[in-house]
Design a protein around this ligand. Structure first.
Ligand code: SAM
Ligand code: SF4
Length: 439
């Protein structure tokens, strides 16, 4: 009987992508995917350490799994991803029942590491960072990728924003060769994928490490031409590096969807400087203006950190003012949390949890109104929707996304999955549009 593996993913799209690679790799070595941990011989947690909360969550899950492991000692328990990279061997002290720790650069070696745990019955930790090339060749994904898929184009980050742990746990930027990316997109489209999202912490850096800066718009143009692709997206573009050549792509490439995630983090120049972001609020606003000039229908979403060290009420008001000027379609907002190894960890002027919570609540309420107002602009419009499948909340309805990346629900059947349909929007909330399928 084939051994069964259960993979639990936490955090960003990069981890979702890595988990798909892990699944594909292990399936290629004879493993089957288990639907839950109770059915598994191997349990792998692919973890996130971007903020304090998700990291703590891992420790509490590991705590809960101790009893399970004590009762089922033959089970192999592994932790991968950013917490594994950050903590390494220390994880064995925190969770002595753990068998395997694998870092962000050791996914390709997982089958071998699992074998070592099984045959030698020892604990194994591998967190070395490969600084040489980046190729996902030979690492196929798990079967049935669905309607929409992520494709990694660059890993790591060289930006060292003062709050962010990513450069320490994901390493230096490494671009993936363009031919590998095109091959993967082509393969996915042949399997029925209609929408591809190109992934990187800063896609604008694509090609820089290989001595070909500014290659990202060229890559987008090449992916736009892959046969069978209906929609193209990317995430994330750093505002400092968003150039006119990339902005022009929104007016030129027919598959590139009208949505950009452009994390601003703060509206205060003082805080942006402390964050080491490399742009001012005016630079940011100018780029938003250029984007809207080239592509009036573009939806703009962003990330904001609330309560960064030394953020005064006035700095916070600057963020609210920027939100009022931009009117983001959606905003992901987070309370600042100290992260190991980062510069901001040592900053003075930390903000109390109460003040952070109060600012976050205020920001969320304001953004909610903006999201509703932006969505109301689509009332009675006919929107192209890529249907993903049946709605989890209502089996009589299907769910999908507009080109502007908004979630839509409409009456319809499973067979519509993977189809582009036209939906007349009848009502909206901050996060969902509802409508009728017109054709
Ligand atoms: N590469 C993207 C960029 O340049 O904006 C962001 C990637 S990060 C995985 C996602 C978001 O997490 C960031 O945009 C930021 O808002 C948030 N974040 C990162 N570190 C944080 C921290 N220490 N505390 C709170 N939020 C944090
Ligand atoms: Fe983190 Fe900044 Fe890199 Fe984004 S650009 S991953 S926030 S260091």
């Amino acid at each position: 009987m084939s051994p069964k593996v259960f993979i639990k993913t936490f955090g960003c799209q990069m981890n979702v992508y890595d988990s798909e690679r892990i699944a594909g790799l292990l399936q290629g070595c004879g493993y089957e995917l288990a639907p839950d941990s109770a059915a598994a011989d191997v349990i792998l947690l692919n973890t996130c350490s971007i903020r304090e909360k998700p990291e703590h969550k891992i420790y509490s899950i590991l705590g809960r799994l101790k009893e399970y492991k004590d009762a089922n000692p033959s089970i192999i328990l592994g932790v991968g991803g950013c917490v594994a990279q950050q903590e390494g061997e220390r994880l064995f002290e925190k969770a002595p029942h753990l068998d395997l720790v694998f870092g962000t650069h050791t996914i390709d070696r997982l089958p071998e590491l699992l074998k070592q745990v099984q045959t030698e019955r020892i604990r194994v930790c591998r967190t070395a960072m490969q600084e040489e090339g980046y190729s996902d060749e030979g690492v196929c994904r798990s079967v049935s990728p669905g309607v929409s898929a992520y494709v990694s184009i660059i890993r790591g980050c060289n930006n060292y924003c003062s709050f962010c742990v990513v450069p320490y746990v994901r390493g230096r930027e490494k671009s993936r060769p363009q031919e590998d990316i095109i091959k993967e997109v082509d393969h996915l489209c042949r399997q029925g994928v209609k929408e591809v999202t190109l992934l990187g912490q800063n896609v604008n850096s694509y090609g820089k490490d290989a001595g070909t800066p500014g290659s990202f718009p060229r890559l987008l143009a090449a992916v736009n031409e892959v046969e069978g692709i209906e929609r193209l997206r990317f995430i994330t573009s750093h505002p400092r590096d968003l150039g006119d050549d990339l902005i022009r792509c929104f007016g030129e490439l027919d598959k590139l969807c009208e949505h950009i995630h452009l994390p601003v983090q703060s509206g205060s120049d003082k805080i942006l400087r402390l964050m080491n972001r490399g742009y001012t609020r005016d630079d940011y606003l100018a780029k938003v203006e250029r984007l809207r000039r080239v592509c009036p229908a573009i939806a703009i979403t962003s990330d904001v950190i609330v309560g960064f060290p030394r953020e005064t009420d006035e700095d916070f008001e600057e963020t609210l003012k920027l939100m009022e000027e931009v009117r983001f379609d959606d905003l992901f907002s987070f309370n600042y949390s100290d992260r190991p190894m980062t510069a901001a960890l040592r900053f003075e002027g930390k903000i109390s949890p109460e003040v952070k919570a109060e600012r976050l609540a205020r920001l969320l309420e304001i953004q909610n109104d903006y999201s509703v107002a932006r969505n109301r602009m689509l009332l009675d419009a006919e929107e192209e929707v890529l249907v993903e499948g049946i709605s989890k909340k209502d089996p009589r309805r299907v769910t999908g996304k507009t080109r502007s990346n908004k979630t839509v629900v409409a009456e319809g059947r499973e067979e519509l999955a993977g189809r582009l349909v036209s939906v007349r929007i009848r009502s909206v909330t901050a996060h969902t549009l509802s409508g009728d399928i017109a054709c």
